[in-house]
Design a protein around this ligand. Structure first.
Ligand code: PGA
Length: 244
């Protein structure tokens, strides 16, 4: 499977001018790898992302109606999105998203033919208490509850240890590999070995140009979810160059 590199821009850049500048630099250099790079900007900048795959960072699970401030899966599809980041720890923590809500969002995304990038990961405390596997298992079971085998082909899992996100403290490749192996074990148990082999598992959490390739080569990951480093054109392009 070819590695996928996903940029999660979060609530950045601050203006459309800065967004255009960043996109221009990325676009110029990624011509050969277009199929393997995905940009997930804030909603208002989606239309600025051209000639490169794009995704959104959130959606609401209803199709339309009186839901002030929300965006539907179909609207995202219509805006050219192929991917959608769901279950991100910032949404779980800051916005109180539960596994149940994430599950509804995943199913709504699949109905609209969007590919969920489903994030899971333990907090520092959970790792220290040796319950990482328990947490991952529960997040996957609940998040994918009712998702059928035939739909799993559109799901991408992203292992993002919460303590590694935005901290500059990336997860050691070996530890990350253990998590990736476990995630594939869970998918095998819930679905099948074949589906586990074909479901991409990304790593996210303080990825930079120096550590990026080790997650693919030694960590057995199928790609990366990049936050901070994807906002610096030069650094992001180095990641792409080192991995693809
Ligand atoms: P980071 O963020 O690369 O800045 O740690 C990753 C993410 O939140 O997806």
């Amino acid at each position: 499977m070819k590695p996928l590199i996903v940029a999660n821009w979060k609530m950045n850049p601050e203006t459309s001018d800065k967004t255009k500048e960043l996109l221009d630099s990325i676009n110029k250099e990624t011509v050969k790898n277009r199929e393997q790079v995905v940009i997930c900007p804030p909603f208002v900048y989606l239309s600025l992302v051209k000639d490169i795959k794009k995704g959104a960072q959130n959606l609401f699970f209803e199709e339309k109606g009186a839901f002030t401030g929300e965006i539907s899966p179909l609207m995202l599809k219509d805006a050219g999105c192929e991917y959608i980041i769901l279950g991100h720890s910032e949404r779980r923590k800051i916005f109180g998203e539960s596994d149940e809500l994430i599950n509804k969002k995943i199913k709504a995304a699949l109905r609209a033919n969007l590919k969920p990038i489903f994030c899971i990961g333990e907090t520092k405390e959970e790792r220290e208490n040796n319950i990482t596997k328990k947490v991952l298992l529960s997040q996957i079971e609940r998040g994918l509850d009712g998702v059928k085998e035939a739909e799993l082909g559109n799901i991408i899992l992203a292992y993002e240890p919460v303590w590694a996100i935005g901290t500059g403290i990336s997860c050691e490749t070996e530890k990350a590999k253990e998590a990736a192996d476990f995630i594939r074990e869970v998918v095998t148990k819930l679905y099948s070995l074949n589906l586990a082999k074909n479901t991409p598992v990304l790593y996210g959490g303080s990825v930079n140009s120096e550590n990026a390739f080790s997650y693919i080569k030694e960590g057995n990951f199928n790609g990366l979810l990049v936050g901070g480093a994807s906002l610096k054109a030069e650094e992001f392009l180095k990641i792409i160059k080192n991995v693809l």
